[in-house]
Design a protein around this ligand. Sequence first.
Ligand SMILES: [Zn+2]
Length: 486
Amino acid sequence: MLGCLLRRGCGPLVLLWALMLPLVSLRRLNQHGRGSHAARDRSKLLLVSFDGFRWDYIDRVPTPNFHNLIDNGVMVEHVENVYITKTFPNHYSLVTGLYAETHGIVANEMYDPVMNRSFSMETDSIYESRWWEEAVPLWVTIQKAGGRSGAAMWPGSDVKIHGVFPNRYLPYNASVSFETRVERIVEWFSAPKEEAVDFGVLYWEEPDESGHSLGPESSLMDRVIADIDEKLGFLINELKKAGLYQSVNLIVTSDHGMAQLSPDKIIELDEYVSRDLYTWVDKSPVVALLPKEGKLDEVYSKLLDANPNMAVYKKENLPERFHYQHNIRIMPILIESKEGWTIMQNRTGPFMLGNHGYDNTLRSMQPVFVAHGPAFRQNYLKTSMRSVDLYPLMCYILSIHPLPNNGSLLNVQDLLSQEAAPSALSAPPRVNVHSYAPVVGSFLGVVMVLGFLVIYIKQVMLKQLPPLKHGSREMSQPLLLKDMHL
Ligand SMILES: [Zn+2]
């Protein structure tokens, strides 16, 4: 650049360099803001899911341990989880920040027409890596970034995904007690520095199982909810005993809520369409059907107006807000029952008193969310968030660069404490240089474009002029014009 400056004819480059100086300065300011976060030690984070813990359970019976976390941490009242509101899709969304259509675990029961394989929670198909590899869970990403992770029974965490298992994990076994799972994960966080995990995930099957069998409105659920609160108390106590409670960030949430069903609210598909015309892929309350070859329109038309308590969709007509369309594992026809209704082929099958899977904007489908630790504010109540926003928040806390996702840190960064928040949040009130950067940048961009346009037009004009009789093309314009008139 300097050599060029010393020569004549570098006018455009000099102009460009001069115009870019302010942009370079602004960029340095922004990088400084981010750098202060990247430089700090990686925080610890434990993500806990109590399967099927509906958002309002905490106020149904005394839950002192949940309320202690809330008083000293944060709570989100409305968490919009992902459609369909089933266990596997939502647990994978929590650790990828993706809607089900993108991460590929679109249901608990799936069929992939390309692989010609079925996936079911009831079979070993869940251990086949290829089902999970349309996305990368956070434990894989953190390990590839040099961190360590530990997983206690989280769906998918005992599957080799993109060639990686969590550094420490428990193979799924429902008979392993909650207390044992907690003891393992606390051990992993407490290990010597080079072996200690940075990120842990912990899963427990209740209160989902009881919610299904008893129905969420049953008074018997009170004892189940109180037991979950006691289990949370056990976890907190173990973290305290290990000296981790004040340093490990703890997020307690769930995959979905639970709706009360009734034997009076059953839709029998056999009344409307023959089983010979379709394959039943996924079950109530969002039934996925694969019509037999050439039978799509026939099945659809037989079901469309068959029953007012169900909505029938061709895949391509599913509402955009579900983000549930763009994946071959989503079947050509979906039947969604109204809240509280059950779809069966006929009444001979097993019937549950509670279920989930319905529209993710229904309050009954939404999970609890509380968090506590150095990264979080204290006694802070947030109105709403989407569950996909949790992934970028966790990446931020863990100092991990997030992979492309459907969430946004901006939506949830108000949950962060002053010390943990991005610099723009924690800075004292003043003129925010970041907010002016786009305006100044745009203005300078326009100036640059205009400058180059003027120079370009001049160059074009120069080329169209007759050769100079004297001197060179680098002569100034007045001399050229004078030359023209000779
Ligand atoms: Zn679940």
